[in-house]
Design a protein around this ligand. Structure first.
Ligand SMILES: Cc1cc2nc3c(=O)[nH]c(=O)nc-3n(C[C@H](O)[C@H](O)[C@H](O)COP(=O)(O)OP(=O)(O)OC[C@H]3O[C@@H](n4cnc5c(N)ncnc54)[C@H](O)[C@@H]3O)c2cc1C
Length: 597
C-alpha cells in the first residue's frame, strides 16, 4: 500500500511547532496529555490504513450508481464508517456527557487528516456528519439536538449541507427552495438542491439534511434565507426513522474525482410533503450556515493538503527506486543509471511538493488551533483569535487547494509515464483535488471575501494581528543559525504586502467595487504565499532549535531547514508580481469586452 501520511511530520507540527500539548492547561482539556493525543492519532492512522486506504481505488473505479432506486456503494465503505464509529470519532470533539472525548479542534483536524489522506471520498460521509452536528450544537434547540444531533454523534445517522441549487451556486442569495409554514410549527419544503454530497446512500439509518430555504412571503436576498433540519425519513416519537419524508433523488452527478462520495440532485416535496424544522430565527440561515462552511473551509484546505501529501509520498518513494539516466558529469556509459532522486530537476519537483504540502499542513493546523482559541482560549484573546481566523479562512481554504494541485502535477511529473497511469494513485489524487478550488466557495469567491471584507473587517484589526504575529516570530528567530535568508525573504514579502495593501485599500471608494475587486485573486496569492512563508519560518526556527540535540531525527530537521530555504528562494520572490498588480489597480480584465474573446 502506498504511504499516505507522514506521521512524524504531524507530531512535529502539532507538538513542536504548535503548543498543542499546552492546551491541557485549559479546564476543558485538563484530563488530556500529549500521550493521549498521540494515542488518538495512532488509532486514527491504523483505522485509516486498515479500513479507508484499503478501498480508495475501488471507490474511485466503482462510481456510485442506482439499482432499483437505491444507491450502490462498495461494501468496504460500510466497514469503514463502522470502524470510524467504533473508534468514537463521530463525537470525539464533543462533551464527555455526549459520549465525546472533548478533543481540541486542532487534534480533531489532525485525526481527520489521516482519513482524508487515506481515502478522501469515503471520509466525506463522516466529515459532513461531524460538521452538521457541530452546527446543530450551536444553533439547534435542545429538543432538535436530542432528535437530530445525538444520532449523528453516535454515527447512526449521517448529515449533509444542502445550500446549492441548479441556478444558484456562488450566488446563494438567489436560492428559491421554499418553506411554507404548517399548522404545527413545522414547514413544508419544496424545491431542488444541486450538488448535495452524501445526499443519498444506504450507509446510515437516516440522513439529516441542513437545508437553506426561503420562508414563503419573506424578503428577497440573503435576509430571506432560513435554515431547516430535514430528515430523509421522518423521525417517530421513539426517535427511530419512520416513513419517507419525500426527499427524492432526482439524479447522481458523475464526477471527475471524489467519486466515492455520492453527489446528488434532490427534489423536496415530490410525491408528498417534505417536512422540515426551522433552526433558530427566520432569516438567519446563511449566517448560521457559515458556522458549518467556515469549519468546512478549513476542512477543505486540510483535505487538499492531505491529497497533496499522499501524492508527494508516493512520488518520493518512486523517485528513490526508479533508476534513469546519469549525472551530467558522469561520462561513463557503463556506469549504472542513478535513482531519479539524484537529478536536480527531480529534487526541484519534490521540494516544490514538500513546501506546498507541509506549508499547507502548518497553516491548516495553525488555523485549527485558532478555532480552539476562540472557544477555550483566555477570555481576553478570543476576539483577536476570531478576527485572525476570519482573515486567514479564505487563504486556508484556497491556498492549499491551488498549490496541492501544483504539487500533484509535480508528483505525476516525477513519476513520468507511470504517474499518468492508473497503476499508481497520483492521477486519482490529482482528479480528487481538482474539486477543492471549487466547492465551499470557489477561489474567486474567496478572493472577493479576502479583499472585499476580511482585510478591512474591524478597521483592519485582523491584518494588524497577522502582521504583529509574523513580526514576533521574525524577532524570536533572530540569532538562529541558517535562518537569515529565510528571514530576509519573508521581511521583503511582508513589505510588498503592506505597500500593495497601503496602495489599494484606501482607493476602494474611488475605484468602486467592481474595479476594486478586479484583482482580488492577486490579494489571495500575495497574502497566501506570504503567510505560508511565515509558516516555513516557524518550522525552520523549530528545526534549528531542535537540531543540536537531535540524533535519529537530524535528517528530518535538516529537511525542514532546507525546504524553508527553498521556499524563500523559489517561492517568496513571486509575491512581488502579485503585489505590483494589486497595487496598480490594473484594469486589463475589466477593460476586456465579452465580445473580444
Ligand atoms: C463535487 C461537488 C460537491 C459539492 N458538494 C456540495 C454540498 O454538499 N452542498 C452544497 O450545498 N453544495 C455543494 N457543492 C456546490 C459547490 O459549493 C458549488 O459548485 C460552488 O459553490 C460553485 O457554484 P457553481 O458550481 O454553481 O458555480 P458558479 O457559481 O456558476 O461559478 C462559476 C464560475 O464563476 C465564478 N463566479 C461566480 N460568481 C462570481 C463572483 N461574484 N465573482 C467572481 N467570480 C464569480 C466562480 O468563481 C466560478 O469560477 C458541490 C459541488 C461539487 C462540484
Amino acid at each position: 500500500m502506498a504511504p499516505f501520511l507522514n506521521r512524524r511530520d504531524l507530531s512535529f507540527q502539532l507538538f513542536e511547532v504548535l503548543p498543542t500539548a499546552d492546551l491541557t492547561s485549559r479546564p476543558r482539556f485538563a484530563e488530556h496529555s500529549r500521550e493521549v493525543y498521540e494515542d488518538v492519532l495512532n488509532l486514527a492512522y491504523s483505522v485509516a490504513e486498515r479500513y479507508f486506504a484499503n478501498h480508495a481505488r475501488e471507490a474511485d473505479l466503482s462510481e456510485p450508481h442506482v439499482v432499483d432506486g437505491r444507491v450502490v456503494l462498495p461494501a468496504a465503505m460500510r466497514d469503514a464508517v463502522r470502524a470510524f464509529r467504533d473508534a468514537g470519532f463521530f463525537s470525539a470533539h464533543h462533551d464527555e456527557d455526549l459520549g465525546g472525548l472533548q478533543l481540541p479542534w486542532v487534534v480533531m483536524q489532525a485525526v481527520q487528516a489521516n482519513f482524508q489522506a487515506a481515502n478522501v471520498s469515503t471520509s466525506g460521509y463522516p466529515f459532513l456528519t461531524i460538521g452538521n452536528a457541530n452546527l446543530q450544537r450551536v444553533f439547534a434547540s435542545p429538543e432538535q439536538q436530542r432528535r437530530y444531533m445525538l444520532p449523528l454523534l453516535e454515527g447512526r445517522w449521517f448529515g449533509t449541507m444542502a445550500l446549492s441549487e441548479p441556478h444558484a451556486g456562488s450566488g446563494l442569495a438567489d436560492i428559491t427552495t421554499t418553506a411554507t409554514p404548517r399548522p404545527d410549527g413545522t414547514y413544508a419544503l419544496t424545491g431542488t438542491k444541486m450538488w448535495i454530497s452524501g445526499g443519498e446512500h444506504e450507509l446510515s439509518e437516516n440522513i439529516v439534511h441542513l437545508v437553506l430555504a426561503r420562508i414563503a412571503g419573506g424578503p428577497a436576498g440573503v435576509k430571506g434565507i432560513s435554515l431547516f433540519l430535514v430528515p430523509r425519513y421522518r423521525v417517530q416519537e421513539d426517535g427511530t426513522p419512520g416513513e419517507s419524508n419525500h426527499v427524492v433523488l432526482a439524479g447522481l452527478n458523475h464526477k471527475m474525482g471524489y467519486r466515492g462520495t455520492t453527489n446528488t440532485l434532490l427534489n423536496f416535496g415530490e410525491g408528498g410533503e417534505t417536512i422540515g424544522e426551522l433552526v433558530g430565527e427566520p432569516g438567519r440561515g446563511l449566517a448560521q450556515m457559515f458556522h458549518m462552511m467556515n469549519e468546512a473551509r478549513i476542512g477543505v484546505g486540510m483535505g487538499a493538503v492531505m491529497l497533496g501529501t499522499a501524492g508527494y509520498l508516493e512520488s518520493l518513494a518512486y523517485a528513490r527506486e526508479r533508476r534513469q539516466g546519469r549525472h551530467a558529469s558522469q561520462k561513463d556509459p557503463a556506469a549504472p543509471p542513478v535513482p531519479i532522486i539524484e537529478h536536480a530537476d527531480v529534487r526541484r519537483l519534490l521540494l516544490r511538493q514538500k513546501v506546498f504540502v507541509e506549508g499547507g499542513l502548518a497553516l491548516g493546523l495553525y488555523a485549527s488551533l485558532l478555532v480552539d482559541d476562540t472557544q477555550t482560549g483566555p477570555d481576553d484573546g478570543r476576539a483577536d483569535a476570531g478576527l485572525l481566523l476570519d482573515l486567514l479562512t479564505p487563504i486556508v481554504k484556497s491556498w492549499p487547494s491551488r498549490y496541492s494541485q501544483e504539487a500533484l502535477s509535480d508528483a505525476i511529473q516525477v513519476m513520468g509515464g507511470a504517474g499518468y497511469t492508473r497503476d499508481f494513485n497520483v492521477e486519482m489524487y490529482y482528479r480528487d483535488n481538482r474539486l477543492n478550488p471549487i466547492h465551499e466557495g470557489t477561489e474567486g469567491i474567496q478572493g472577493n471575501d479576502l479583499l472585499g471584507r476580511k482585510l478591512t473587517q474591524a478597521g483592519g484589526r485582523g491584518l494588524n494581528i497577522l502582521l504583529g504575529r509574523m513580526q514576533a516570530d521574525l524577532d524570536a528567530s533572530e540569532g538562529l543559525d541558517d535562518l537569515d535568508e529565510i528571514r530576509a525573504a519573508l521581511r521583503q514579502a511582508i513589505t510588498w504586502n503592506t505597500q500593495a495593501l497601503g496602495a489599494i485599500l484606501p482607493r476602494a471608494a474611488e475605484l468602486g467595487p467592481d474595479l476594486f475587486l478586479a484583482n482580488a485573486n492577486s490579494a489571495l496569492e500575495m497574502l497566501g504565499h506570504t503567510v505560508v512563508g511565515w509558516m516555513w519560518l516557524r518550522q525552520a526556527a523549530t528545526a534549528a532549535r531542535a537540531l543540536p540535540g537531535a540524533r535519529a531525527d537530524a535528517d528530518f530537521y535538516h529537511g525542514k531547514l532546507h525546504a524553508a530555504r527553498f521556499y524563500a528562494t523559489h517561492e517568496l520572490p513571486k509575491v512581488r508580481a502579485h503585489a505590483d498588480l494589486l497595487a496598480s489597480a490594473d484594469r486589463t480584465t475589466t477593460d476586456m469586452h465579452s465580445e473580444w474573446f
